[in-house]
Design a protein around this ligand. Structure first.
Ligand SMILES: Nc1ncnc2c1ncn2[C@@H]1O[C@H](COP(=O)(O)OP(=O)(O)OP(=O)(O)O)[C@@H](O)[C@H]1O
Ligand SMILES: Cc1ncc(CO)c(N)n1
Length: 280
């Protein structure tokens, strides 16, 4: 039976706005739409950003972050929540208090520290707050290799190190960890590792030659949240999300002069381009 509009599960993103549309809140809402869930948002910071970098950051006052979160969570049946750029230690505390106050479940934490260009999206002193306060409420945390190093001190230089990283992240309190191996160089595959303290599940797809990868992490974590909201378990949600991000990267968009965005709408494109056609 077809899903009627009122059956759409509600999903919430708590993150920063990317004016360039490829990452942050904009990527999250596009991903939610493509997954047939109803997207809502709490904007924690505005960025003046494009494919060339982050040109400015304007944080939202903590009490207005709370006002947004209370407005959504007091009125709607939020089935899953994703967090992204949280900017400061105060805002991390504010968001965690809101998650706890409303008893939000299926919490996907993307511990965003910097953009693809290396521009800071989290104050250095907020790393400890993410580690000590946010990770313990996470159903799943999805760090890239730079974030693993910042949060645990573990340096991953090859796929053999991924299990060490997963164990170190798991010790910080989340129920599940998904280590993203996307930044590993010279690998024919893009390998991620999912771990819940017992099961180590490798999730790998062919590596795309596309360099238009702005928004990959935001898109993957939002897709996981959407899948959890639809009732999937964590391993299925992560596997299905991995297939979605792989397609979005393979169809990367030549928009802007820098690192172009992934294509959130790729499943609707009539003729999928090959990787060779995408390579520049
Ligand atoms: N070239 C690629 N081809 C296929 N998959 C990739 C590629 N690069 C990254 N991935 C996959 O994309 C997902 C996101 O990983 P990545 O490491 O890029 O996240 P991130 O660094 O957090 O992204 P962001 O820059 O948005 O913060 C992972 O599943 C990773 O394996
Ligand atoms: C707002 C925002 N969130 C997350 C990322 C990480 O890609 C970004 N570049 N911008």
């Amino acid at each position: 039976m077809a899903t009627t509009s009122s059956d759409l599960p509600v999903v919430l993103t708590i993150a920063g706005s990317d004016s360039g549309g490829g990452a942050g809140i904009q990527a999250d809402l596009k991903t939610f739409q493509e997954h047939d869930v109803f997207g809502t948002s709490v904007i924690v910071a505005l960025t003046a950003q494009n494919t060339l970098g982050v040109h400015g950051v304007h944080e939202v006052p903590a009490d207005f972050v709370t006002a947004q979160l209370d407005a959504v969570a007091s009125d709607m049946d939020v089935r899953a929540t994703k967090t992204g750029m949280l900017a400061t230690s105060e805002l991390v505390h504010t968001v965690v208090k809101g998650i706890r106050r409303h008893g939000l479940t299926n919490v996907v934490v993307d511990p965003v520290a910097a953009s693809k260009h290396g521009d800071a999206l989290l104050a250095p002193e907020a790393l400890a707050t993410v580690r000590d306060v946010l990770l313990p409420v996470a159903t799943i945390v999805t760090p890239n290799l730079g974030e693993v190093a910042l949060l645990t001190g573990v340096e991953v230089t090859g796929t053999d190190d991924l299990d060490k990283a997963a164990e170190a992240m798991k010790a910080l309190g989340p129920q599940w960890v998904l280590i993203k191996g996307g930044h590993l160089p010279d690998n024919l595959e893009a390998v991620d590792l999912l771990f819940d303290g017992e099961r180590m599940i490798e999730i790998a797809t062919a590596r795309s030659a596309s360099t238009d990868t702005h928004g990959t992490g935001c898109t993957l974590s939002s897709a996981i949240a959407a899948n959890l909201a639809k009732g999937m378990d964590v391993p299925s949600a992560a596997q299905v999300a991995k297939d979605y991000i792989t397609g979005a990267i393979t169809h990367g968009l030549r928009i802007g002069a820098g690192i172009g965005p992934v294509d959130h709408g790729w499943p609707r494109r009539p003729v999928p381009p090959t990787d060779d056609a995408q390579a520049r």
